[in-house]
Every structure is written in C-alpha cells, then in structure tokens.
Write a new protein. Structure first.
Length: 288
C-alpha cells in the first residue's frame, strides 16, 4: 500500500562490531554505497505497510544484521517489533544494494549493525475513505479506466492497469489472468474454466454454495443476454476490508468469471460496472 500511505522513515543509525574471537573497532564504519539519504529514500519506496488504526501515528522497530566483508547482509534479526512489520523490514533490507563494508587497517571486516526504524504514518490516505463526490470526479475516474488496454487471445477490455500474473489452477482446471491498477487500489482477475456441461445452472449451484459458506451474497442476472450470477464477498485482511465483486456466465466452451477487488466500495462498483460494459469476448471458436 506504499502509494496509499504516506511514510516518513527516520533512520537513527548506531554501530556495534563483530568478530569471532575479539571485538575489533572499525576505523571506517559500514555504510551504504549510495549514501544514507539515498538509502533511506529507496527503503521508503519499497516498504509496504498495512493500514493501521487512526490512533496510531508511528511504529518503531529495530533490525540487527551483519554487514559481511563483501557488503552483503546476513543474520538479519528483528527486535522490538510491536506493530508486526518486521518481516516486511527484513524483506526490504534484502532488496537493498550491498554496502561498503567496515574497514580496519584498510581491510574489509564484517561488522554488526543495529538499525532503529521509526515510521510515521499518515492515515488520511486510507483508500476506503476516498470518495468521488461530484459527477465530474466520477467522469474523470471512468475516463482514467480507458488509458490502457488488456488483450489476449480470449478477451479484451480497457483499464488503467498492468498485467500481474497468469496462473492455471490444476485442482479445478481454471486459468486465471490477474491485473492491478497502477496505484494498486483496484485488482482484476479473469477466470476461465472449460465447460464440462451445457447447463450453466450446474456451475451456478456450486458458486452459490461457496458464496454462502463465505457469508457473501449473490443474485441471478442477465449479462449481455446470458444467464449469469453476480456475487459479493468481503474478506478482512491486513487491517482492511477487501470487497470481491464477481460475475459468472457461460461463453462458448467456457465458464467465465470477471472479478474486481478493492477496499473502496464506490471505486469497486464503478470499476466493476465499467468492466462489465466494456469486456469483449474474442475467442468464439477456441477450445483447449
């Protein structure tokens, strides 16, 4: 959620030393090759943090790690992680370029480094609170959904998104295409299942049962003159309530599922309706 939350990371650096048999005080301390300021900026860009309660405006942790003779990091340990972001801090550190190692008599030595990290959080950017209040705002958002075009041999639709991944779920024989909008506030997935029956109700029954198990809702609708079922499920995760809105219908040899996910119900509904209006099935004759 790095594009949603404003993060201000203040890094206060302290150094201790490491040696197998004796403590060696480096004459030159380990340090980022790009400089501490640039290191901090890059760390901020990569750090992802879940939404937290509005009464929390700062989290603090410490990382202890070894800077090896070649400048790489090892033995990364999380200390005082009361906010549950230690694993993310470790992940980001491992993405950072290697440092200049500590020096003693102009020789590189390994050293222990303690990195306290304080993160100030601006919760005013909670994406679930964002509202498009005027017709002009809504029109501008819908226009933004036409800046890109998703296209493959099966289907096409406009969006403001980029390709994420393509997966085949062996257990249920479903191929899934996933996309995310550029600020990661809306996610799309298109699922294709080879139809084993001409009766779409056979599939709808299973979908209804699954939705009920997840305490969601469903309704039978018409989509482009086809019988369809539309579902809505909410799932709490990482401090957010994620809403999944999906429509299922049969298209030639496939049962197709169009799914949009967001923490913002207004954005979810606008995006989902735009997808339904503009989704085009291309693959009228393709079979596996």
């Amino acid at each position: 959620m790095k594009n949603i939350l404003s993060l201000f990371i203040i890094l206060f650096v302290s150094l201790s030393t490491f040696a197998q048999e004796a403590v060696i005080i480096p004459q030159v301390k380990a340090r980022p090759k790009e400089g501490l300021e640039t290191f901090m900026q890059n760390f901020i860009k990569e750090f992802k943090i879940p939404y937290v309660s509005n009464n929390i405006d700062e989290i603090a942790i410490r990382l202890k790690f070894i800077v090896e003779e070649d400048g790489s990091f090892s033995d990364i340990q999380v200390v005082d992680d009361k906010s549950g972001v230690g694993q993310e801090a470790k992940r980001v550190l491992m993405l950072m370029p290697s440092w200049n190692p500590a020096l003693y008599d102009d020789k590189a030595i390994k050293s222990s480094f303690t990195l306290p990290i304080k993160i100030r959080i601006d919760n005013t950017g909670n994406p679930s609170d964002v509202q498009l209040k005027t017709e002009e705002d809504i029109a501008a958002y819908l226009k933004s959904l036409t800046t890109q075009k998703v296209e493959n041999k099966h289907f096409e639709f406009p969006c403001n998104c980029i390709f994420d991944k393509n997966m085949f779920h062996e257990s249920n024989k479903i191929e899934e295409f996933s996309y995310a909008d550029v600020d990661k506030s809306v996610f799309y997935s298109i699922g294709l299942k080879v139809a084993e029956s001409d009766n779409v109700e056979d599939y709808f029954t299973g979908i209804k049962n699954d939705v009920e198990r997840q305490n969601g809702t469903y309704k039978e609708v018409q989509y482009k003159s086809k019988n369809a079922i539309e579902t809505l499920i909410s799932v709490p995760s990482e401090g957010y309530e994620f809403y999944y809105r999906t429509i299922f219908f049969k298209e030639n040899n496939y049962v197709v599922g169009l799914n949009v996910v967001s923490v913002n119900r207004q954005i979810l509904d606008l995006t989902f309706n735009h997808l339904l209006e503009n989704f085009k099935w291309k693959n009228a004759h393709y079979t596996n």
